[in-house]
Design a protein around this ligand. Structure first.
Ligand code: URA
Length: 208
């Protein structure tokens, strides 16, 4: 069963993304708001055909209050351009809307959200999907993919595939752009980036 189905009927009551975002700024559905700077809500047009879903905001996103504006965002932007997709026509959001981190000296290191945090935050993602009603959702990485699909996802095996979860638009699974950042070898990183662009290219088939 899809994890999103478990809370069928449970979405925020909001007529627009702006109203929804306003509500999310006060979210205390889990404890992550206590240490994060702010809620990082999704951004993009309400009529978007595509929603891109990451895991959670990073350090930069937490400070600026916008999704995918740090190093992973730079990879995403460049890859979207290479795939001929206009970022401004996509709605970009995260599975979890607060930055979860562990403090190491002055650095704040990314820490994975747990199942409870993901499930509680699903309220906002569901509400975004409901308001936008996109033609396709792109799950960037394992956290988004597993949550949207409702099953464990093996990114290496399932990437590039489009799933049809019940009561959701089709979900294209691909890697998280930060994966490319972690590859040390430049040739391997470039090859991975080309595969990411190929995955993103599939969005166009759904849109045309
Ligand atoms: N990684 C994510 O998953 N989302 C962001 O917004 C930034 C980095």
């Amino acid at each position: 069963m899809n994890t999103l189905d478990l809370i069928e009927g449970e979405t925020a009551i909001a007529k627009s993304l702006g109203e929804l975002n306003g509500q999310a700024q006060h979210c205390k559905r889990c404890d992550l708001y206590k240490h994060a700077t702010q809620t990082v809500f999704g951004e993009g047009p309400e009529q978007a055909d595509v929603i891109l879903v990451g895991e959670q905001p990073g350090d930069r996103e937490d400070i600026l209050g916008r999704p995918f504006v740090g190093p992973a965002g730079a990879i995403l932007n460049a890859s979207l351009i290479m795939a001929g997709i206009d970022r401004d026509r996509c709605y970009i959001t995260n599975t979890v809307k607060h930055f979860k981190f562990t403090q190491r000296g002055k650095r704040r290191l990314h820490s994975k959200p747990n199942a409870g945090e993901i499930q509680r935050c699903s309220w906002w993602l569901r509400s975004e999907i409901k308001l936008i009603a996109p033609k396709i959702i792109v799950a960037l990485g394992g956290t988004a993919a597993a949550h949207l699909r409702g099953k464990t996802v093996r990114i290496t095996k399932d990437r590039g595939m489009i799933f049809h979860p019940e009561k959701l638009p089709p979900v294209l699974v691909t890697i998280h752009p930060s994966y490319i950042l972690r590859i040390r070898d430049r040739t391997a990183a470039n090859a991975e980036r080309m595969k990411f662009v190929q995955d993103l290219n599939q969005i166009k088939q759904v849109l045309t």
